[in-house]
Ligand binder design. Structure first.
Ligand code: SF4
Length: 76
């Protein structure tokens, strides 16, 4: 199986600049797992930029809850 780095990078929602792992999802997941973090693509897309410096599990749960509340307020 060939790596789809360019295709993955084109669809990557991460806004962290100049990351050497962008598009290499296996390395991205391993990197954040080592740090007890969650990769950017699993955060709600609306919160991605503001969570750039905090990929912790705790912030992930908070971002998901905030997103759920915002969607409920919008009637979605
Ligand atoms: S989530 Fe982390 S490892 Fe993945 S592309 Fe963004 S900064 Fe790089």
């Amino acid at each position: 199986m060939q790596c789809k780095k360019e295709e993955n990078a084109a669809n990557c929602s991460c806004t962290f600049p100049d990351c050497p792992r962008k598009g290499m999802c296996c390395e991205c997941v391993a990197h954040h797992k080592r740090k007890n973090e969650i990769p950017a693509c699993l955060f709600p897309i609306e919160a991605e930029a503001e969570t750039m410096n905090d990929r912790s599990f705790e912030n992930f749960v908070k971002a998901k809850e905030d997103h759920k509340k915002q969607m409920a307020e919008l009637g979605n």
